[in-house]
Unconditional design. Structure first.
Length: 315
């Protein structure tokens, strides 16, 4: 089978590998789609000094069950499932634990049934626990940030301000429910003016950037909520802990590793996407065949106008 390896920073290479055999409690998936996650972009660019090479990436996997390991009754062979926690998805076939798979609802195309990031968004919302009429700032308008905009909008926040560098990303954020959007260099002034200096109730950091995380506290009211949704990897971060402490901020670390919690969030997210409460069609903007994974990473790093997320389609 074909498998795409990250052999060095910035370099992806195809390799022929034996078809893996599913072990106890596992299923073998014939990959139908695998989302390219922004967290993998840092690995591709060499920003994580602890990453070892070569690496087999791809954790947003959707596929048909090709075989079942011992002890697996469901899913059955031929079923189309999405994995809430997985890896090795940039390949024709990959093994995953059957317990973390969910059936793809009828009518939802495989390239939109991205269970893992949907679980991240739904679980983050639960950890943030926003209240109606809250004033909320979202730092970042990537895939996860825009999913959260769509989840927050129905909760009727008083303000839902998105900070993003690209004009097209700001425009899309407004279309998906943000009350306004601005460049990150303007967001602190906008918050100070809009709240008469008192600060907002919630700031969601959805970039993984040290600079965005460092500025977040300055926009929060005392006892407000700072939600860390972006994935921070590589070297440590310097943040104003004194301000976090003095303001008695609530820090919501919105990363979860519990399989049960990921599966529950994925189930809820897939249901929302199926009934149109989450519009993924506008967020999955680029599609690449498996041999073009190198090109997919290059485009994700470049972020051309209109880019939000790339999905790899091995078939």
């Amino acid at each position: 089978m074909r498998a795409m390896l990250l052999t060095n920073p910035g370099r992806v290479q195809a390799e022929t590998r034996p078809i893996p055999t599913p072990g106890p409690g596992q299923v073998l998936l014939r990959t139908a789609a695998c989302g390219l996650c922004a967290s993998e972009l840092d690995l591709f660019l060499g920003h994580n000094p602890w990453q070892e090479y070569p690496a087999l990436l791809g954790h947003e996997v959707v596929g048909h069950v090709a075989a079942r390991g011992p002890g697996v009754d469901r899913p059955q062979e031929g079923d189309l499932v999405a994995a809430a926690i997985a890896g090795g998805g940039y390949a024709d076939l990959t093994t995953v634990d059957a317990a973390v798979t969910l059936p793809v609802p009828p009518g939802l195309p495989p390239h939109l049934a991205l269970a893992e990031p949907l679980a991240c968004a739904v679980n983050a919302l639960g950890a943030i626990s926003p209240a109606p009429n809250d004033r909320i700032v979202v730092l970042g308008a990537g895939f996860l940030g825009l999913l959260l905009v769509q989840l927050l909008h129905p909760l009727a926040p008083q303000d839902l301000l998105v900070a993003a560098r690209r004009p097209d990303a700001r425009a899309l954020a407004r279309e998906l429910g943000a009350t306004d959007a601005c460049h990150p260099s303007d967001v602190q002034a906008r918050v100070a003016e809009g709240t008469a200096g008192t600060g907002v109730d919630v700031v969601i950091e959805a970039t993984g950037s040290e600079a965005m995380l460092a500025m977040a506290a300055s926009m929060l009211r005392p006892e407000g909520t700072l939600a860390i949704v972006g994935y921070h990897q590589g070297h440590g971060r310097q943040v104003p802990v004194h301000e976090w402490n003095w303001k008695a901020l609530r820090i919501a670390n919105c990363h979860f590793r519990s399989p049960d919690r990921m599966v529950d969030g994925a189930r809820r997210g897939l249901a929302l996407a199926t009934r149109g409460a989450l519009d993924l069609r506008r967020l999955v903007t680029h599609h690449f065949p498996l041999p073009q994974l190198q090109r997919a990473f290059d485009v994700a790093a470049e972020r051309p106008p209109g880019f939000v997320k790339a999905v790899i389609l091995p078939g």
